[in-house]
Design a protein around this ligand. Structure first.
Ligand code: HEC
Length: 424
């Protein structure tokens, strides 16, 4: 009996690693999904929705419309770094489209559309849609093939989103000896967009977009490829639903992917910690509400990583104005929600930083709302401490008094699930 207890404790006490996500309580590969593709698949199956196929883009445009994903979010990546690499290159970049809940990947003559959808319990759920019009229109959930890259060590082993900057050669192949970089809102412009097309202006803030190692034929290695607003010289952009790879859409996507990854990791880590605590309480006949210091520490640690990123700690500063070309910024900002003074967390600054009010709009997302209550309670209490200046640590010194007050006021009016101590 005793040895059983010891073995049991070993089994449940090991720090939950990412590879555990197929076991309870997450059961990533087998638990039912609850995301925008789950419902669209169901609508299609019942005949309540239909995706239209066109010769040039297959189901892409129809899918984006069904999912309410704006065409202005289009960004183009020409490095051969993803699933359908043989279809990708400087003349045939891969296009990516997104809104808060879903990201869609398209390749010219690609076999499938690639989709990542946010699920409140499972985080990032991966799907493919066969582009062959002769086949049945149905999304296939992918629990292994995508995770080879999207669940690799670059995301600490958790299933999640991927954005990289590489040094591509003239075929789009990354030159690995020059290094590659994960990108999020903390990455300096100078290191961003290697292997991507970028349309928009950023003044003297140069970046790696629109460039290849050695320079395009007829160009020097260090030719100016920043402040490009028309991609015509590079490839036939008219072959795509829009001709843009908007710089602001890129910045938002990069902010979003890392925010989503942190929310997913926190969700998995905290639910695993709570699950362990429940099992231990049962084994040791502790009251069901008992929580050890170790478990509390793990929960708080996971929440802190979310809080810091929500508040744009370590965001790369802008030194000059940034402007896109596709109208993305306007459409994005119009989505709200707005408070009674017409303020919104989606309002852009784009002069010294990305957003006017430094709290991520992903506080309204499915992934945030899907966090266990224990996590939300902790995150809201930390936010309140910081926004009311009770927490004055250096980490949050980038937040002015006015920033903190504005963010608190906006949240109070636009976020329905705030704890009572927020209401004063
Ligand atoms: C060979 C590695 C690899 C595989 C396998 C892979 N991806 Fe990706 N994926 C990437 C990389 C790298 C990026 C970053 C953009 C780029 O370089 O193209 C990315 C980006 C994406 C994006 C946009 C950003 C994001 O993460 O939301 C989507 C959507 C996506 N992949 C979907 C999928 C789906 C669906 C599958 C499986 C059917 C898949 N990918 C398989 C490497 C891969």
């Amino acid at each position: 009996m005793k040895s059983f207890t010891i073995m049991f404790v070993f089994a449940v006490c090991g720090v939950a690693s990412a590879a555990d996500y197929d076991r309870p309580p997450i059961e990533y590969g087998t638990a039912p999904t609850n995301d925008v593709i789950t419902s669209l698949n169901e609508k299609i199956r019942k005949g309540n929705a239909e995706l239209k196929h066109t010769d040039d883009h297959g189901y892409l445009k129809s899918l984006l419309k069904e999912l309410d994903v704006p065409l202005s979010s289009q960004v183009l990546v020409f490095s051969r770094t993803s699933l359908q690499r043989s279809r990708i290159g400087p003349k045939t970049p891969r296009a990516i489209y997104f809104n808060d809940d879903v990201t869609v990947g398209f390749c010219q003559r690609g076999d499938v559309l690639e989709v990542v959808a946010s699920d409140p319990n499972l985080g990032a759920v991966f799907y493919t849609l066969d582009q062959n019009p002769a086949k049945e229109v149905a999304f296939t959930r992918q629990t292994e093939s995508c995770l080879l890259c999207h669940g690799s060590s670059s995301n600490q082993g958790f299933p999640g989103h991927l954005i990289r900057s590489v040094s591509p050669d003239r075929t789009g192949e990354p030159v690995f000896s020059r290094g590659t970089k994960r990108v999020d809102h903390s990455t300096p412009f100078a290191d961003r967009w290697g292997g991507w097309y970028v349309t928009g202006t950023s003044g003297k803030q140069t970046h790696m977009g629109n460039s290849i190692v050695g320079g395009w034929p007829g160009q020097d290695d260090d030719a100016e490829n920043t402040n490009v607003t028309d991609l015509k010289p590079y490839f036939t952009a008219a072959n795509y639903p829009t001709t843009h790879s908007d710089i602001v859409a890129l910045m938002v996507l990069e902010h979003q992917c890392e925010m989503q990854n942190r929310l997913i990791r926190a969700n998995f880590q905290i639910r695993s910690a709570l699950h362990e605590q429940r099992e231990l309480n049962k084994a040791f006949r502790e009251p069901a509400t008992y929580r050890s210091e170790g478990i509390t520490r793990r929960i708080n640690h996971a929440c802190e990583s979310v809080v810091r990123y929500l508040l744009f700690c370590e965001e790369a500063k802008l030194t000059e104005p940034v402007a896109g070309t596709s109208g993305f910024a306007k459409e994005f900002a119009a989505r709200g929600p707005f408070d009674s003074q017409k303020r919104s967390l989606r309002e852009f600054d784009l002069k010294t930083r990305m957003f006017r009010y430094p709290l991520s709009y992903l506080v309204y997302s499915k992934l945030f709302d899907g966090l266990p209550i224990e996590a939300k309670t902790r995150i809201y209490s930390r936010l309140l401490e910081i926004l009311t200046e009770k927490d004055q640590t250096k980490e949050f010194a980038h937040l002015t008094k006015e920033d903190r007050r504005a963010v608190m006021e906006i949240l109070r009016e636009t976020k329905g699930d705030l704890p009572v101590d927020w209401k004063r």
